[in-house]
Design a binder for this molecule. Sequence first.
Ligand code: TXA
Ligand code: MG
Length: 359
Amino acid sequence: MHNETDIKKTIIVKVDPENIDGEIMENAAGIIKRGGLVAFPTETVYGLGANALDSGAAEKIYAAKGRPQDNPLIVHVADLGDFEKYCIIENKELFYKLASRFMPGPLTIIQKKSPVIPYSVTAGLETVAIRFPANKIARRLIELSSLPIAAPSANLSGKPSPTLASHVVDDLDGRADMIIDGGPCTYGLESTVISIVGGNVRLLRPGAVTAEQLGEACGNIYIDPAVRGMLKDNERPLAPGMKYRHYAPKAPVTAVGGNDAEIVQFFADKLSGRADTGILCYDEDKEALNDMGFSGENIISFGKKDELREQAKSLFDCLRHFDRLPVKSIYTRIPSDEGIGLAVFNRLLKACGFNMINI
Ligand code: TXA
Ligand code: MG
């Protein structure tokens, strides 16, 4: 993939979100203004940013990530008033209801694009996804560059999104002009993506702004069937993988549903006599497995069973962790699909390529 893009000398800098270094941020904004690529933290995941009004700059993002040309980018703004510059708000009442409740924050809204947004940003679509992030470093970068910033997650295409600067360095050192290390991302999963084209709220990607919260704010919302994938109640081996296996570790992943004790026993059976099985489970499962004599770095917990936010925050780091281990197959819990859990569930669904079993 490296021949698609120039090898760059990447500047890697730490910035304290509580005491932002103005000079570093001016340098970063200068890179954006000159058409370069800056990776920066947001409250969801790290983004790989470029000037959203410059077609050539946006194209560099696709090359750096190895991203398919048909996958549009999210435009980031630092002022609610900027939405009207870059999209056509058809239903103002609905838009401002959502904005007043969830912005700035982890919500991306798709609307008709304004002509100033190039088609390289929207992958040829007439719609554009826009988000107003809460992260202070992200906002300072947008403000100082005086531009909207197009930014997908700052990972190589197909890898889990980066929630730590070290993930970005692993993927994009030599491919971005600058990487700003602003510490761990608050939520750890990408923003909630909704479309309000035509006046209806359609949830396309679940995130930290939950389906329940959207429903409370604006009544009925339509959840795109892709969010829950092909999982149906009581189905055993559930439908085999779809083409897209985003967020996928190198080893194949099987997600396991059922009651707690049976799942722990299932994990124990898979671990017995094998060193090449990876287990992604809750803290409680890990303790139970330890009590049964199973331990080691191939048993990873992504949080307590009921701590859905903690699970969201650590999931991608856990998935990356498996890629550093010599595991040949990974078994994981199917998390709760309530609240932010739906986002965790959706990402795991993709990580396992819809390979789910109920025991
Ligand atoms: O939290 C986030 O949203 C992060 C941070 C950096 O802001 N960004 C991010 O971008 O996750 P990315 O490119 O990895 O995901 C953008 C998603 C993709 O699934 C893309 O297909 C969808 O948004 N998207 C963007 N524009 C769209 C459009 N016009 N219509 C439908 N989907 C769109
Ligand atoms: Mg992404």
